[in-house]
Design a protein around this ligand. Structure first.
Ligand code: UDP
Ligand code: MG
Length: 321
């Protein structure tokens, strides 16, 4: 099988308060890209650091890097818009044959970039980095992650377990992705929907090189929720089923109460049997209204069609180094 020619390669790294790791990340990437270029596996390279409204020295570091080496470029968003939007901003700017997104904290092992490029050259339009072990995670994160992927599968969401946002996309795949204009972004489930030929490359996720996680529990839960409500309407169906089940049960309860009252002349004493179901059904109703509300909220956000991000500064001149 003939290989595609060595591609021009773009790297997109969302950065939110990453001043502590950026110099080391840039250094490691440079060494790696030099090697790939020397081996003739890529034609050229450009690295896009997307500053997602950082409050530390991240942007001035990016400017410095871009001044020092034309292969470094940067994008500054007008404010913090979150990881997924920052990724999207970078992906929308990069114009290379193949573009890889990875975290700025060196958790996504840069050494598999070569393997991703090789898979692209072998014909894949999308190459997913998949973690082959989760030993660098806490037991809590590992078990909740596994349960979550199972849950999503159960809801019919097409998602690859243990793949986050470390992936290569060809220019064709990126063009297709640009057609998705939703503001509620959950890229790891969106990309498989594009179709195309997909390859996977295993990698070991390292500990964060420096600094701390920008994904506290609350943000992570919100993101997990996003994955469900952006890709599955089955919870709404579930509500209908719960509604039917609860009303059938109460219908039979009413029947039973009527029968005992008429034929046995005995009414059930005590209020527990009356009050408990009321609380229960109220709870179920509130939950259902809440779930519907989540979807309505999402529709509200989508109908406004607000921009997903606003670029404040762009260091990219469009020419490839
Ligand atoms: N990030 C971002 N905007 C945010 C939060 C995170 O651009 O609002 C970036 C962050 O700089 C990093 C990547 O997204 O490059 C992943 O975040 P992090 O490493 O904190 O998440 P974790 O690996 O702990 O899940
Ligand atoms: Mg990280």
């Amino acid at each position: 099988m003939s290989l595609r020619p060595p591609p021009s390669l773009g790297l997109v790294l969302p950065c939110y308060n990453e001043a502590e790791v950026l110099p080391e990340t840039a250094r490691q990437l440079m060494v790696l890209l030099d090697a790939l270029q020397a081996e003739g596996r890529i034609a050229s390279a450009r690295v896009y650091f997307v500053d997602d409204g950082s409050r530390d020295a991240t942007w001035s570091l990016i400017e410095e890097l871009a001044r020092a080496d034309p292969r470094f470029s940067g994008l500054k968003l007008s404010r913090n818009r979150g990881h997924q939007n920052a990724l999207m901003a970078g992906l929308a700017t990069a114009r290379q044959d193949a573009v890889i997104s990875l975290d700025a904290d060196l958790q996504d092992d840069p050494n598999v970039i070569g393997a991703m490029v090789d898979a692209y050259r072998g014909g894949a339009e999308i190459v997913l980095g998949v973690r082959d072990d989760r030993t660098s995670d806490s037991v809590f994160k590992r078990s909740t992650a596994r349960g979550y992927y199972r849950f999503l599968h159960g809801l019919g969401v097409d998602i690859v377990a243990d793949h986050a946002d470390y992936r290569l996309m060809s220019a064709r795949a990126l063009k297709a992705l640009a057609g998705y204009t939703e503001v509620n972004l959950f890229l790891r489930a969106l990309v498989p929907q594009l179709g195309f030929s997909v390859a996977t490359v295993p990698y070991r996720r390292a500990e964060r090189f420096a600094g701390e996680s920008k994904y506290p529990l609350g943000k992570m839960l919100g993101f997990a929720f996003e994955g469900v409500t952006s890709f599955s309407t089955r919870p709404l169906r579930l509500i209908t089923i719960i509604g039917i089940a609860v009303s059938s049960v109460s219908f039979f309860l009413a029947l039973w109460a009527l029968v005992t009252a008429v034929f046995m002349r005995s009414t059930v004493p005590g209020w527990a049997s009356t009050v408990v179901p009321i609380y229960f059904i109220c709870g179920v109703q509130l939950l259902c209204v809440g779930i519907i509300g989540e979807y309505v909220g999402k529709i509200y956000l989508e109908t406004k069609r607000r921009p997903r991000f606003i670029v404040d500064r762009n260091l990219d001149d469009g020419a490839d180094a």
